[in-house]
Unconditional design. Structure first.
Length: 289
């Protein structure tokens, strides 16, 4: 098993609002992002240089804040068809869609492997189904049935128009209770305000995983001093080319240099991603033994 970067942004940047794209990293390898979008082979060669075998390409619909429309789903599906063994497509369906569950089933049949919920950019709380947003319940129930992991953005966003009150991890507690077989990934670990909430959720619920993208690896153990206690449910991610993330290779090297047991680092980089984003559909519950 090779290394999986569980949070990479290969997105249709031509849909992104100019003021939002201005906050992305533009130096180093990110200077080639437009070529990568047109040439999947070039992006795969970049992953090779970074010693990364697989990448989870996180896409989502956010017309009002980021600019991404429903066309982001066919974009990531088409991109990942260039090498489905290495590229894992993640997309989203808004709960206001006419038939969100049916649409998610259609996307799953086309190859979508995961669902992204970005509350600050999609402008609803993760548990808004309890307040009448019934389409969100339909999305979770469908993802649970299809064994599709749901990746939640947790933690602040500084992009223009983001509503950070929706980003608090504890709002996902309802989801973990109401959908106990749903695989839940807490992207960014609640950074920088809610790390303790994220840790609490992972320790309480066996279906919740911590993903550490966009947290400077050198500071990871400052934020999560008890990371080893939940080592079986931690995922490595870079968030490249997001703000402050210059290079996947450098991000990975800093993570590998952490004073953690080699076995734990290997588990976070290779073993746990295979459970959450398996190469074939899981046949058993993925909760840790």
């Amino acid at each position: 098993m090779g290394i999986t970067d569980c949070h990479v942004h290969i997105n249709p940047l031509w849909e992104m609002r100019p003021e939002v794209r201005a906050k992305m990293h533009t130096g180093g390898p990110a200077a080639e992002i437009d070529r990568f979008l047109k040439e999947p082979k070039a992006f795969l060669e970049y992953l090779d240089r970074c010693s990364v075998e697989r990448a989870v390409l996180v896409n989502y619909v956010s017309p009002d804040v980021i600019g991404y429309t429903e066309r982001t789903n066919p974009f990531v599906l088409d991109f990942c068809r260039s090498n489905p063994e290495r590229l894992i497509p993640v997309g989203s369906v808004l709960p206001t869609h006419k038939e969100p569950g049916l649409e998610l089933r259609r996307l799953h049949a086309l190859g979508l492997k995961g669902v992204k919920i970005h509350p600050p950019h999609q402008l609803f709380a993760p548990n808004a189904y309890r307040d009448g947003l019934s389409g969100l319940r339909e999305i979770y129930a469908t993802a649970e049935e299809l064994a599709m992991p749901v990746i939640f953005h947790t933690g602040t966003s500084t992009f223009p128009g983001a509503r950070n009150r929706y980003a608090e991890p504890l709002l996902i507690e309802d989801v973990a209770i109401d959908f106990p077989k749903l695989t839940i990934v807490l992207a960014h670990g609640g950074r920088p305000l809610w790390m303790e909430q994220a840790m609490f959720l992972v320790r309480r619920f066996p279906n919740v995983f911590l993903e550490v993208s966009s947290i400077p690896p050198r500071r990871l153990l400052d934020y999560f001093p008890e990371l080893a206690r939940i080592g079986d449910r931690v995922l490595f991610g870079s968030d490249w080319p997001g703000p402050g993330v210059e290079d996947i290779r450098e991000n990975l090297a800093q993570f590998q240099a952490l004073p953690l047991p080699n076995e734990l680092i290997e588990r976070i980089l290779t073993v746990t991603p295979e459970r959450v984003f398996p190469r074939s559909a899981p046949s058993v519950d993925i909760a840790p033994a």
